[in-house]
Design a protein around this ligand. Structure first.
Ligand code: ADP
Ligand code: CIR
Length: 354
């Protein structure tokens, strides 16, 4: 059973949240606390593991993480309404459609900015969890090291466009690491949301990055998710970026079994990434419309999310915004990319007209 000490912390966490605007705050009601505070997953995770990041970081947008796959069902009374809110109304009885990455459809996504006036770069990423392993807070040091051995798969990536090398974080010079972060290729270090979720233990062990020579195809190992598979390049050619991602995902999934849930699709540590796990983004300059007070609500209406130039929780610099699809669950991978594509086409048309 759950120790009185942990229950006290859960109750304190509930009390401590009044001035914040996270989805955790919105859905962690007294009833939910009372219903869930005594529960433990088979691996021993409690409601405290779910909520502690959002309790420690009152500026969280979401505020919860799933310590293991079972948490999504055991702590349903918290996760279900939160998932429904984040993912555009995905109801408790809704089901993620079958995977459709968009093979054969990428020609329908011609360059969004052929003159190169607005878009600096385009990136599409997806996450995957290795079957048989829980998420960060439940992983042991030995697990991290075993899981990093997926790097063996990376040696079998022979397509000349994708082939590259794995660089472990452990032993990487600070200089190389900082440059990779600055250039938007590598995950940052010391994310306080992940740290408070117990997701950075044994760092940098088991963490690393694979990339091809051109750094247009990259795979993150054991940061927030077991794997993040990324395709990116300069300019606005979304079709090309997606084409490369599809090639990469298909190569890797032939060699590693990934965790998929019938209802929630591909499983991830953060509920905001469930389903397709796809975040398709552009780094874009829209000086006229982004200066207007209704810019955020226009993006909301187009189901787009705005981030700063160094990713989540960072600020815009030089008028460049990271704009992506917000929802990842309840639609196909191709539809998630298309949501970004259509929304950005609309924003560019507004900018031209302004
Ligand atoms: P994720 O996209 O994996 O959820 P972040 O929002 O933290 O995580 O972004 C990770 C990195 O990817 C950051 O350095 C961010 O600037 C970079 N990035 C995101 N979108 C683009 C893009 N369209 N072009 C270039 N870099 C990008
Ligand atoms: C937060 O709640 O702000 C962090 N835990 C990150 C949540 C993921 N954000 C998102 O919008 N996909």
């Amino acid at each position: 059973s759950v120790s009185p000490d942990v229950i006290a912390k859960i109750e304190e966490g509930y009390q401590a949240a009044p001035e914040c605007h996270s989805l955790l705050k919105k859905y962690l009601t007294k009833e939910v606390v009372d219903q869930l505070k005594d529960k433990k997953t088979k691996l021993g995770a409690t409601l405290l593991d779910v909520i502690q990041s959002g309790v420690a970081n009152l500026d969280s947008g979401v505020g919860v993480y799933a310590p293991d796959a079972e948490a999504y069902t055991l702590f349903k009374p918290l996760f279900d309404p939160l998932i429904q809110d984040y993912h555009n109304g995905f109801a408790p009885d809704a089901k993620q459609p079958n995977t459709d990455l968009g093979e054969g459809k990428t020609a329908g996504l011609p360059d969004l900015d052929p003159e190169g006036k607005y878009i600096n770069s385009t990136r599409i990423r997806c996450g995957r969890s290795l079957q048989g392993y829980p998420f960060n807070p439940c992983l042991t040091e030995a697990n991290y090291l075993e899981m990093e051995s997926v790097k063996g798969i990376f040696d079998n990536i022979t397509d000349p466009e994708l082939a590259g090398k794995y660089f472990p974080l452990d032993g990487m010079t600070k200089e190389v690491q900082d440059q990779l972060i600055k250039d938007h290729f590598l995950f940052k270090e010391g994310d306080r949301f992940l740290q408070a979720a117990n997701a950075c233990r044994y760092w940098p062990k088991g963490r690393g990055i694979f990339h091809n020579n051109q750094k247009t195809f990259l795979i993150w190992c054991n940061e927030e998710d077991h794997l993040r598979i990324i395709s990116m390049q300069e300019g606005g050619n979304v079709g090309q970026v997606l084409e490369r991602l599809i090639k990469g995902v298909k190569t890797i999934e032939k060699q590693a079994p990934f965790s998929r849930d019938d209802r929630l699709g591909w499983l991830t540590f953060c509920p905001s990434n469930l389903g397709t796990t796809v975040r398709a983004s552009v780094h874009i300059r829209l000086p006229k419309i982004s200066a207007k007070p209704d810019f955020k609500s226009i993006c909301d209406g187009l189901k787009l999310q705005i981030r700063g130039i160094h990713g989540e929780h960072s600020e815009s610099e030089g008028g460049v915004y990271d704009i992506s699809n917000k929802a990842r669950l309840g639609l196909t991978e191709f539809e998630a990319v298309k949501q970004m594509y259509d929304g950005i086409a609309h924003l560019i048309a507004l900018e031209k007209a302004a």
